[in-house]
Design a protein around this ligand. Sequence first.
Ligand SMILES: *Cc1c(COP(=O)(O)O)cnc(C)c1O
Length: 426
Amino acid sequence: MNYQNSLAFAIERDQQDPLKDFRKQFLIPQHNGKDVVYLCGNSLGLQPSSASKYINDQLSNWQNLAVEGWFQGDDPWLEYHKSLAISVSKIVGAKESEVTVMNSLTVNLHLLMVSFYKPNSKRYKILMEGGAFPSDQYAVESQVRFHGFDPKDAVIEIFPREGEVTLRTEDIIQQIRDNADEVALVLFAGINYYTGQFFDLQAITKAGHDAGAYVGFDLAHAAGNVPLQLHDWGGDFACWCSYKYMNSGPGGISGVFVHEKHFNNQQLDRFAGWWGYRADKRFLMAPGFEAANGANGWQVSTAPILLQALFKASMAIFDSAAGICRLREKSLALTGYLEFLIGQINKQQGEEVFRIITPANPHERGCQLSVVCLRNAKAIFQYLANNGVIGDWREPDVIRLSPVPLYNTFEDVYHTGKQLLAAIAQ
Ligand SMILES: *Cc1c(COP(=O)(O)O)cnc(C)c1O
């Protein structure tokens, strides 16, 4: 694509953008009376303007129907999650029965490891990317300890080669092969939160299965950001949060994928609760757990309807955007534009002031660019914030900038470039 470093170019691209009207369905924070440039959807997506209506509808149902709300009203709570599973399954490329929404992300990671991390004295290791999100590291270490192993021995983190910042697929596969006799679980992020690298999940799945391990993914930074084909890729399980790219609000409900091939697998343990009981018999309140078919069988507790309501507001927008592939097309263009503008700044300065550590290949990244500021990093980040450009900061010197196709514009990206240039002039 031929990008230009001009406001006129950005405005023209926005006018031609078939998704441009979706921005109006979000509430954009204000700075000095103007919309901020919000590039932080990787951390907390913006609020859909319909969110309060979705919440208020359920408050009304609670007020007017009280306990009958489970069975009555236009969208009874007992079935309230069903349309969510349909919307989410399209976003992650799964069958409806392979997806459920419940709990929050780290909790779900634990619950899924209860089922899919079944170490024995020979096969007990977990392979994961080095520098994974801390919560995942803590979850994995505590699971390993829970089973009586030492994380130093049982957790293998795969790091980039000397002098490189992202992982090569060939190295990931080689490490899996090298540990083929001992690896019980390969657990990878879809997209690494720090570098923004989008891993080759299909290749990782194949290598993990060839080694005789289960394969699972934390898709916190991938779900709603990049197209996924969870069913076809054949991984065993996945989970993600919905408050990042899926705009469900702080602490919003998490999603879970369990591949269909496991629905009748009697070997799998799980931590059961009544909400995972087969729905037609749940209210018989009988002893002896009988799992619901599919991912729903992993549910534990009563559905949190207010969190689901927020998620529904967002999923209605995704549904009307007609597919993650359409979003991805714009996303590639927006992020490419940001990359171009940062490159222009380095050129103008005659030296590298910003170094993008996210892969340059668009197929190996989502919308996020992780930008190392080679000098005055913190001051540059502060300058952006003071001037209405909201990214986020990661120690020691990285600013993550994530233009999101549903609500960001080419003009947002243009302004970001301008403010980055102004920041280094300071
Ligand atoms: C955001 C994120 C989390 C956060 O987990 P919560 O349980 O929702 O707090 C965990 N893992 C990854 C990879 C993340 O990106």
